[in-house]
Design a protein around this ligand. Structure first.
Ligand code: PLP
Length: 390
């Protein structure tokens, strides 16, 4: 079978960055215990009340084709939530429900980019960004950000690239850096977008995981709501990664077009899943807080353990479930550090390089294992880093 260039382009040429994860899984299968701090998956499962709601809905017969854009109640619940958070008038017509934030990212880019167009994204980036843009025949171009600026994007890096781009994808709170973009940073990004006729895609799937500062949706900044898509998801906020419920918020005319894509692609999200998501979203914020607090507490543990360490520098973690550690003082690349840490200490972390060139010499630590193991892993990681310089 001769496959299209497009599908073959998704992974690109280099490593997909997940080698460490695959190797650690092989070690676990071989009976070697590994402390795994790799993927962004909660160690706690979905709350039983949400599962109960799904069961009730399915038992009541909601197992047929569901409304393709999402059920009216779910779209209204999402719109109400977004309006409450941002103050921007938002109705169900501004919302389309998708199979997770992942499908929302794909649909948003398909709506904005033609073959050969350029889509920008901030580097370091969530690992699927470049492949997602390549898969639609467009050029994905990383915009560098810098550890020395705590990965807050700078105009000097963005402006020249914006001149030839059609859209820009940003993510705050950020995976992999844990950084939240400040109001000034976001205003600069919006200014550059408007000056260069670039549409902004704002991936806000970590919007409930804010440890310091404030999360600002750029859609709420002046004159942005017509030139911006916001990507949201139940995955991180409600520990519902496997349920595949996400959404796009955007101008009505754009949402109508994206509906055409859902019609020929997924034909919607299962109705009983949507009912469970509606329940979760309309049931107050206690659950979201409970899910987020696990990481908030682990960050405090990490800050205590890492305080005063100079072999391993914590990039100030303001949000999301990750720590970005600058390990350049050890003289190792992120790849080598992660490989040796796995081989020698049986601790799996992600090399910064797998999130782009800007995170070289860093590692990403997911705060996704129980507190006692997390503490043990970080303590051993620091000792390992020190052993590399002494
Ligand atoms: N965006 C970012 C930055 C992510 O980290 C993830 C998942 O890890 C996603 C989007 C996709 O999330 P989902 O498809 O589970 O909603």
């Amino acid at each position: 079978m001769k496959l299209s260039n497009r599908i073959q382009s998704i992974t690109g040429d280099g490593s997909d960055g997940w080698d460490i994860l695959y190797r650690s899984r092989d070690m676990i299968d071989a009976g070697i215990p590994v402390l795994e701090l790799t993927i962004g998956e909660h160690d706690n499962r979905t709350d039983p009340t949400i599962i109960e709601e799904m069961y009730k809905s399915a038992k009541a017969g909601n197992t047929g084709y569901a409304a393709v854009p999402g059920s009216q109640v779910l779209r209204e619940a999402i719109a109400a939530r977004v309006q409450l958070q941002t103050g921007v008038p938002t109705s169900a017509n501004n919302v389309i429900v998708t199979t997770g934030g992942q499908a929302a990212l794909f649909a948003a880019h398909l709506a904005l980019l033609d073959q050969g167009d350029t889509g920008l994204f901030m580097d370091p980036y969530y690992a699927t960004y470049p492949g997602g843009i390549r898969s639609i025949g467009s050029h994905g171009v990383p915009v560098p950000t810098h550890s020395d600026h705590n990965f807050q994007p700078q105009r000097a890096d963005l402006e020249p690239l914006a001149k030839t781009a059609k859209c820009l994808l940003i993510n705050s709170p950020n995976n992999p850096t844990g950084v939240i973009y400040s109001r000034e940073t976001l205003q600069m990004i919006c200014d550059v977008c408007r000056e260069n006729d670039v549409t902004l895609v704002s991936d806000e799937v970590y919007d409930t995981q804010v440890w310091s500062g404030e999360h600002i949706s750029p859609r709420s900044l002046p004159n942005m709501s017509d030139n911006c898509f916001v990507i949201g998801s139940m995955s991180k906020s409600h520990a519902m990664t496997g349920w595949r419920v996400g959404w796009i918020i955007g101008p009505e005319h754009a949402i109508e077009r994206i509906l055409d894509l859902s019609t020929i692609n997924t034909y919607g999200v299962p109705g009983f899943i949507q009912d469970a998501a509606t329940f979760a979203l309309t049931n107050g914020s206690a659950l979201e807080t409970e899910v987020a607090n696990v990481f908030r507490n682990r960050l405090k543990l990490a800050e205590n353990i890492l305080e005063g360490e100079n072999h391993v520098r914590l990039i100030p973690a303001q949000g999301a479930m990750y720590l970005m550690l600058d390990i350049r003082a050890t003289g190792l690349s992120g790849d080598d550090f992660a490989t040796e840490l796995l081989d020698q200490e049986h601790i799996a972390v992600m090399p910064g390089e797998s999130f782009g060139a800007s995170a070289a010499g860093h590692i990403r630590v997911a705060m996704t294992i129980p507190d006692d193991q997390f503490t043990k892993a970080l303590t051993r990681l620091i000792a390992f880093a020190k052993s590399k310089v002494s």
